[in-house]
Design a protein around this ligand. Structure first.
Ligand code: INI
Length: 164
């Protein structure tokens, strides 16, 4: 029996991060988390491109264009969709999640889904916490950083895809 599994080594992998500017405060925290994770895994800055789009709805198009280039080992999509008074939330979150998964399959490229969808800003802050806070407060198991988690997934999947 062979078990094939990715590890968390970056090698010379190239990553593109697609970041939504909508809810910018949260987006910046997710970006910080993702960059922190890539750095700890040994990925040099020169191997990371950050592409900014106006909102989560636009992430899919930018991701499709990047995937088409065949230049990156994985993409990391980051953004925050926060529920408002109207159904807009539902359309944006459905569009970005299904868009990303379709692009990943169409172009055979790992795309990590670091777009958080929350009911309010408090939940968004809990999911985009800073590392120093994580250490202090993670005991409550509420805090995390989905940008960090998405980057970790991107590294593992990039690694796995090269092995399969
Ligand atoms: N975009 C987001 O990234 N997050 C949101 O919470 C959001 N809400 O709730 O409206 C949002 N809307 C903008 C959308 O992504 C597009 O940029 C816009 O509709 C123009 O195409």
């Amino acid at each position: 029996m062979n078990i094939i599994e990715g590890n968390f080594s970056c090698g010379n992998y190239k990553f593109a991060i697609v970041l939504s500017r909508f809810n910018e405060l949260i987006g910046q925290k997710l970006l910080k988390g993702a960059l922190g994770c890539l750095k700890i895994a040994g990925c040099p800055d020169k191997n990371i491109d950050v592409i900014k789009v106006p909102g989560a709805f636009e992430i899919s198009l930018a991701a499709a264009k990047l995937a088409e280039l065949k230049k990156y080992n994985a993409l990391i999509c980051l953004g925050a969709v926060i529920r408002g008074e109207t159904p807009h939330f539902k359309y944006v979150s459905n569009a970005v999640s299904s868009g990303i998964s379709q692009i990943s399959l169409k172009y055979n490229i790992p795309i990590a889904f670091g777009v958080i969808t929350t009911n309010n800003i408090e939940q968004a802050l809990e999911r985009s916490a800073e590392k120093v806070k994580l250490r202090l407060e993670y005991s409550g198991k509420k805090l995390g950083n989905k940008g960090w988690d998405a980057a970790l997934t991107a590294i593992e999947m990039a690694n796995l895809i090269t092995k399969i």
